[in-house]
Design a protein around this ligand. Structure first.
Ligand SMILES: Nc1ncnc2c1ncn2[C@@H]1O[C@H](COP(=O)(O)OP(=O)(O)OP(=O)(O)O)[C@@H](O)[C@H]1O
Ligand SMILES: [Mg+2]
Length: 454
């Protein structure tokens, strides 16, 4: 089967810019709907909303698209893959029912239960009143309150105690924007540990696990402030070594894919596992049904082999015959630059300076998340505006390259976290220190003290 020649990427953020950049590099002619000022440099933008499934179908038919790749979750949960497939068009991503692994946290829990996959214990309630009754009756302790449906990152509340949890339930019930998502409410045990992301591409039978990452959800340094869509990510993360990755694959990714197939809801696409590495081992916080943003950016910067081949093999259900992807040595770091006021309301239209200088630096890609052209200039056009991404022979060097590029870029009110990848750098240092201690005092020397734990 010849590789796809013409590819349509659905979406308009940093993830879609990274996908378009990578697929164009793999030799495809790329169209992006709707795209942004950055995707216009590597592809043809088509002014069509990511949720306009009928319009996207027309584009795919009229423009002779060989493969469509869906970026964001909303069109997937709305069933774009079912409609394209019914029209005989090849498309990468899960069906509407399979996308429910992200679209419904309750459905996700049922699949995890079927697959005996480790996750937080939970109870589900069909009304806020019932959820509050349960909170009153149970021991006063930290819990996590979650709306069942999609809530753009605003449907989850990590609560320290009963009072906070009740308030979270009330805000879910009273917020008109969240009412649909809060058709049912989950009360989950709060897990403690280190949060990491592991993504896998699967055709419903075979899975290809991608290098582990760490995202930074909180708005400010040291994970302070409100949750956002993600302020940066780096890859690989030293919190997941080969043994742990094998465990995650064997106890979480493979059983989940098999449980979905047994439930007659085979999953084709990217399975994004949000994990907590607890003292009892890795546990599932959630599954997303698409590449993450900003996780996609450092991941694709490190990918040496063809993404196009991998996506084609997935859609044609021949992933088992596809060569394993190759990854560049070293690491990649992606720093999100945001507008003043994000994750709250932001002003748009400020001209962005320094993009060429930053993009001219070695091993740097400035992926656009929310930008547009205005009077011949590139202007900021949303909350998360750019994902400045860099490679390096080490995590420390990749971080340095990314922030050197960030320093070149300015617009009024622009800001970013200063500590993306620092958790990974601290972990590397701790591992080195522990290794040095263990070398100083070999294990069989019964007189030596216990090795320091990281
Ligand atoms: N059981 C839990 N214990 C501790 N923290 C949790 C738990 N569940 C969720 N969290 C925290 O809340 C964040 C968001 O939760 P979750 O990933 O389920 O929601 P989401 O809105 O689907 O997120 P995303 O936008 O990443 O898809 C997690 O990244 C984690 O920091
Ligand atoms: Mg999610």
């Amino acid at each position: 089967m010849p590789a796809s020649r013409r590819v349509l990427v659905v979406g308009g953020g940093g993830r879609e810019h990274a996908l378009a950049w990578k697929l164009a590099g793999d030799g495809a002619e790329v169209l992006v709907a709707p795209g942004n000022a950055g995707t216009a440099a590597v592809a043809e933008n088509v002014p069509m909303a990511a949720t306009d499934v009928a319009g996207l179908l027309d584009v795919a038919r009229c423009r002779g698209i060989d493969l469509t790749v869906v970026g964001p979750e909303a069109p997937l949960v709305a069933g774009i893959v079912d409609e394209f497939t019914a029209a005989g068009l090849r498309i990468f991503g899960p069906t509407k029912r399979a996308a429910a692994i992200e679209g419904s946290k309750s459905f996700c829990k049922q699949i995890l239960h079927r697959g005996d996959v480790p996750t937080a214990m939970y109870r589900e309630f069909r009304s806020a009143a019932r959820a509050r009754e349960h909170l009153e009756a149970r021991e006063d302790m930290p819990v996590v309150i979650k709306a069942d449906g999609l809530a753009a990152g605003k449907g989850v509340f990590v609560c320290q105690n009963r009072a906070e949890a009740s308030a979270a339930v009330s805000s879910l019930a009273s917020d008109p924007l969240l009412a649909a998502a809060a058709g049912s409410i989950l009360v989950e045990e709060r897990l403690d540990g280190v949060e990491v992301s592991v993504l896998a591409i699967t055709d419903g039978r075979t899975i290809v696990t991608l290098p582990p990452l760490q995202d930074h959800k909180a708005a400010h340094d040291d994970d302070q402030g409100p949750n956002t869509g993600g302020m940066g990510a780096y890859c690989p993360t030293p919190f997941v070594d080969d043994a742990l990755l094998a465990e995650i694959e064997g106890r979480i990714l493979v059983p989940t894919v098999h449980a979905m197939r047994r439930a007659k809801v085979p999953f084709q696409g990217v399975l994004y596992a949000g994990l907590m590495i607890t003292a009892q081992g890795p546990k599932v916080l959630e599954f997303n049904a698409r590449f993450g943003d900003p996780e996609c950016e450092p991941l694709l910067m490190r990918m040496e082999s063809s993404l196009l081949e991998l996506l084609d093999a997935t859609v044609d259900r021949r992933l088992d015959a596809c060569a394993a992807p190759r990854w560049r040595e070293g690491a990649a770091v992606s720093v999100v630059m945001a507008s003043a006021g994000y994750p709250g309301a932001v002003t748009k239209g400020q001209p962005i300076r320094g993009l060429e200088a930053a993009a001219g630096l070695p091993d740097v890609q400035v992926f656009h998340a929310a930008t547009r052209h205005l009077d011949g200039q590139v202007v900021a056009d949303g909350g998360r505006v750019l994902a400045v991404t860099a490679l390096g022979p080490s995590l420390g060097r990749a971080k340095l390259h990314a922030y050197t590029a960030v320093k070149e870029i300015r617009w009024q009110g622009a800001w970013c976290r200063k500590d993306i990848a620092d958790k990974g750098l601290r972990r590397e240092r701790d591992l080195l220190a522990a290794e040095a201690v263990s070398q100083e005092s070999p294990a069989d020397d019964t007189t030596s003290p216990e090795p320091a734990t990281s």
